[in-house]
Write a protein that binds this ligand. Structure first.
Ligand code: ADP
Ligand code: 5GP
Length: 203
């Protein structure tokens, strides 16, 4: 029987998901990270098998056909991202897992793991601040940044499907809120009911 708990971080690109995931992993060694697959090329110092499994679009499609994913999405045109069954099934036997996925992937994982999962939406103060943060991160082209920002307003409407929303304006406050939310979830896995099924049908 699987033992691990699941914490899912979703939000538009630039909201602070990676920052919060790294904070939680540094603080609590019971968490492992779900390494996703993607068809985008590596960025900066990213390494295959550590940050992502980097596949060509053809390899990614072959794995979809072979039913290798718990969930996958074409998050941006031509850019696929997905959670490999082979990754998470073994990991969950031994530890808790953190996921960093797009908003639809977050809904799919919440539906899949149910009350075992805490679905956290990270909310940045505005779309303009998202743009500034992505520019400041310095690893994404302006063309790519605009693709991400143009989707952000739509993605922000998914906050209502999460179990909890962490506002990431002041980072210090966001990590405090996150610690409290994760601590509370350890005591009770009864997260609020939400409308995941409905959103997945209509998204
Ligand atoms: P995501 O994983 O959601 O795309 P990141 O965690 O990579 O977002 O954050 C995007 C950029 O914004 C990074 O350079 C990060 O250091 C910075 N950042 C994250 N949270 C804050 C914050 N509260 N205030 C200012 N900058 C932040
Ligand atoms: P990035 O290219 O910045 O690493 O990620 C772009 C978006 O894809 C982010 O919103 C990230 O959370 C999402 N993403 C990463 N891995 C997965 C995954 O396995 N599934 C889904 N649905 N989205 C993912």
């Amino acid at each position: 029987m699987k033992k691990g708990k699941v914490v899912i971080f979703s939000a538009p690109s630039g909201s602070g998901k990676s920052t919060l995931v790294h904070f939680l992993m540094d603080k609590d060694s019971s968490f492992g990270f779900s390494v996703s697959a993607t068809s985008r090329p590596p960025r900066g110092e990213e390494k295959h098998g550590v940050d992502y499994f980097f596949f060509t679009p053809d390899e990614f499609r072959a794995r979809i056909a072979a039913d290798e994913f718990v969930e996958y999405e074409e998050v941006y045109p031509g850019r696929f991202y997905g959670t490999l069954k082979s990754q998470v099934e073994h990991q969950l036997e031994a530890q808790n897992i953190l996921f960093d996925v797009d908003v639809k992937g977050g809904c799919s994982l919440k539906k899949y793991y149910g009350e075992r999962a805490l679905f956290i939406f990270v909310q940045a103060p505005s779309v303009e601040i998202l743009r500034e943060r992505l520019i400041g991160r310095g690893d994404t082209s302006m063309d790519e940044i605009e693709k991400r920002v143009s989707k952000a307003e739509y993605e922000m409407t998914f906050a209502k499907f999460a179990d909890r929303v962490i506002v990431n304006d002041d980072l210090g406050r966001a990590v405090e809120d996150l610690s409290a939310v994760v601590q509370a979830a350890r005591c009770s896995v009864k997260f609020q009911k939400n409308l995941i099924e409905e959103v997945l049908e209509h998204a």
